[in-house]
Design a binder for this molecule. Structure first.
Ligand SMILES: C[S@@+](CC[C@H](N)C(=O)[O-])C[C@H]1O[C@@H](n2cnc3c(N)ncnc32)[C@H](O)[C@@H]1O
Length: 257
């Protein structure tokens, strides 16, 4: 039996229309799909008849262990299957895609990486916040808020208020994130935003300052990024929350056929 292939595919931030052409093609032609919890399962089932298994972390349910995911991918590929491992955003941005690539490499299983649109850039952008802007911010740091010690190390290396910060997996730690920044010399009146469930129907944006982050009320459940820096002010000037523009844009495109 000939060896199959594993495609580590990014599914973008939520809206299935943000899957790349290559991502959609890989899913359409897959023999088996292993997908993460943030992937739109309905869209998935619309474009493939292949068996699709959710192996992502779901609230209140035990998640599939990482080594089990490796075993599933490796086993199916060795049985000659085209395996799509579909992950939210980009597979190599806080998505354990690197670990999966290493496991496949060690097992001698051929694989490819199909990059995706990362929420680190797409969520702020969708809410009308450019992560860089000439004269305002010429650098952006994407950092995880999941482990505070790692967050502190990353922040320790940058000049306070010197760039845009995009914090993933940091919503529940927003008070600690704010306290860390304050302790490192970031101004409390630095603009901050929280963008949840960007590009989906549940989208929500909060805007304030670092000093107000702790008290920010955001919906519990959907994923969100924290954006910190002067670029957040541009949201008002740009005035284009994706949620408001999207229906209009779609209407215009539909009208023109
Ligand atoms: C495990 S990380 C995966 C990141 C993903 N690989 C990427 O490139 O976007 C999950 C985190 O991504 C962020 N995230 C994913 N989808 C999002 C969305 N639609 N809106 C806002 N944040 C999102 C949240 O911070 C969430 O906790």
């Amino acid at each position: 039996m000939s060896m199959g292939l594993v495609s580590l595919v990014g599914a973008g931030p939520g809206d299935p229309e943000l899957w790349t052409l290559k991502a959609a093609s890989r899913v359409r032609n897959a023999d088996i799909v292993l997908y993460d919890a943030l992937v739109d399962a309905r869209a998935l089932r619309e474009i493939t008849d292949a068996p699709c298994f959710c192996v992502g972390k779901r609230a209140r349910r035990p998640s599939v262990r990482q080594d089990t995911i490796h075993r599933l991918m490796i086993g199916a590929a060795r049985r000659g299957k085209r395996v799509v491992r579909l992950k939210g955003g980009d597979p190599f941005v806080f998505g354990r895609g690197g670990e999966e690539a290493l496991a496949l490499r060690m097992a001698g299983v051929p694989f490819e990486v199909v990059p995706g649109v990362s929420s680190a850039v797409a969520a702020p952008g969708w809410a009308g916040i450019p992560v860089t802007h000439r004269g305002v911010a010429s650098a952006v740091l994407t950092v995880s808020g999941h482990e505070l010690a790692a967050f502190e190390r990353a922040i320790g290396g940058v000049t306070p208020n010197g760039l845009t910060l995009v914090v993933l997996m940091g919503l529940s730690a927003r008070a600690a994130v704010a306290a860390t920044l304050r302790a490192r010399g970031w101004r409390l009146d630095t603009p901050a935003a929280i963008v949840c469930a960007a590009t989906t129907r549940d989208a929500f944006t909060w805007a304030g300052t670092i000093g107000q982050l702790e008290g920010a009320e955001v919906p519990a459940g959907p994923p969100g990024v924290i954006v910190i820096g002067e670029v957040v002010r541009l949201r008002e000037a740009i005035g284009s929350e994706g949620s408001r523009l999207q229906p209009e844009a779609e209407e215009i495109y539909e009208r023109r056929g």
